[in-house]
Design a protein around this ligand. Structure first.
Ligand code: ARG
Ligand code: ZN
Length: 471
């Protein structure tokens, strides 16, 4: 009989060294979640179910101090694991015991527990830290914006590393309790509902709770002075809106737009099905930014979004993301069309409903604006690459693809798809390929070639690809 084991295997080796057989199998968790665009985003070896953040922020100095408690579960035997984080850590405890840690990469924190962690076990990780988030630069960029009276963090695809340690990838969603103390007279806003607020020794503490799965990049914090208004939707969902009183000439337009949140949410429910979270709203801090972000339950809107007056369309876009992007999240950042294509298309549907041009008219117009040799058509919405992830083609060609799909399937099947996709995938993750299969199943039609033309070819699809001429 031939011996296949010429070199001692792990089990034999551990016997020889008189260590438990399993100890040799404990390995470090991967430093990334395996994302095609952002290899360092997220980590391997564990999943987080809940983040409890207890923070204190001083606007005058930009000092953020905090303790984060992560409730996680291991998915492999771990000798150590990584967190994604950029601020200075003073202590980490795992299951109550002090752990050692080191930094590596752009924002990796390598944590080694006192004793290795077995697969499939609940683990608590407590991280104490402090730092000035606006001074943390990664590739020359900071996601934390200081304002005259506070600070704001709302960025995609990465923002958590500026303010809390996490498994920073949308495939690991968790619930959140975010408690923030700020000087009296200042407010702290975050996701979900305000469960309580109290003042002592000159500091006011705001406690926010988000009780449905939430991706790290959709977790937001805004500190400063805000005019807060509350409302409820027709079915009793709390609406919490906040606008900085210091927006100058844009103040009226910002307020007039954010005030439409209740109405827009009710309309979106008629298109996409039940709203997935415990509250809704929006906030406009005093930052010069022109972008907006679908931070969960409470989108962020940069002041410049209201330079030209009210902008209800951006409210529609960010609230549409609550279904497409937030409740149903991408599996990999290359799946960004599942977020932006649908949010952009919802703006066309709003226009159609408001009598300001049908989705077909807007599709015709958009198609005509980009001649065949326009570089616009070289961007593949189904896999645009990290540099083109938020290119206008992901949004506009992405929406054109949906209008073409509507023409191909007819309104009945198309609108059933728009509603059943977020309903059947609620709180989950999906890839573009999953949507293609779902659409094929719902429609009974082969659609692989159709989606290949619209999402994966670096050329202008023939107008007829939508089964109806665009122009
Ligand atoms: N998802 C955002 C939107 O609603 C895009 C944010 C892009 N980020 C940025 N910093 N420009 O369109
Ligand atoms: Zn968007």
């Amino acid at each position: 009989m031939r011996h296949r084991l010429l070199v001692p295997g792990a089990a034999a080796l551990s016997l020889m060294l008189a260590i438990p057989a399993s100890a040799a199998d404990f390995t470090p968790g991967a430093p990334g979640a395996g994302d095609s665009y952002y290899p360092e985003s997220g980590n391997g070896g564990y999943r987080v179910s809940h983040y409890d953040l207890r923070l204190k922020y001083q606007p005058a100095t930009d000092l953020l101090e905090g303790t984060a408690t992560l409730l996680a579960r291991t998915t492999q035997d771990l000798s150590r694991f990584n967190l994604d984080f950029g601020l200075k850590v003073s202590e980490i405890r795992i299951n109550g015991k002090k752990a050692t840690f080191a930094t590596s990469g752009k924002h990796e924190l390598e944590v080694t527990p006192a004793t290795p962690l077995e697969k499939g076990k609940d683990v608590s990780v407590v991280v104490r830290y402090a730092g000035k988030p606006s001074e943390l630069k990664i590739d020359g960029f900071t996601a934390w914006a200081r304002t005259p009276d506070g600070g704001v963090v709302a960025q995609e695809p990465e923002s958590a590393v500026w303010w809390f340690p996490s498994n920073d990838h949308p495939t690991d969603k968790a619930t959140y309790d975010i408690s923030v103390a700020v000087p009296d007279g200042t407010q702290a806003l975050s996701n979900g509902v305000l469960t309580s607020k109290s003042s002592k020794l000159g500091w006011t503490r705001f406690n926010w709770r988000s009780d449905k799965p939430q991706a790290t990049y959709l977790t937001t914090l805004a500190i400063g002075k805000f005019d807060i208004t509350t409302d409820t939707t027709a079915d009793g969902l709390p609406v919490i809106n906040a606008v900085s009183p210091d927006l100058g000439a844009n103040l009226g337009a910002a307020r007039a737009s954010i005030e439409r949140t209740t109405e827009v949410t009710e309309w979106l429910q008629s298109v996409f099905g039940p709203y997935p979270f415990n509250s809704v709203g929006g906030y406009v801090p005093n930052v010069p930014a022109g972008y907006a972000l679908e931070t969960q339950t409470r989108p962020f809107y940069g002041k410049k979004a209201f330079d030209k007056g009210a902008n209800v369309s951006v409210v529609v876009h960010e609230l549409a993301h609550q279904w497409y992007g937030d409740s149903v999240s991408l599996k990999d950042w290359k799946d960004i069309w599942l977020n932006e294509g649908f949010a952009a298309y919802s703006q066309w549907l709003w226009s159609e409903k408001e009598g300001e041009g049908t989705a077909q008219q807007l599709a015709d117009y958009t198609y005509a604006q980009h001649p065949a040799d326009d570089p616009f058509w070289t961007v593949k919405p189904g896999d645009p690459g990290p540099d083109k992830q938020f290119d206008s083609a992901v949004y506009d060609r992405g929406a054109l693809a949906l209008q073409a799909l509507r023409n191909k399937l007819g309104d009945e099947v198309f609108f059933d798809l728009l509603k059943s996709w977020p309903t059947e995938h609620r709180y989950g993750n999906a890839a573009v390929g999953d949507f293609v299969k779902f659409a094929e199943k719902k429609s009974g039609k082969p659609l692989a070639e159709f989606f290949d033309t619209w999402l994966y070819q670096p050329t202008r699809p023939a107008a007829a690809a939508g089964a109806r001429a665009f122009v």
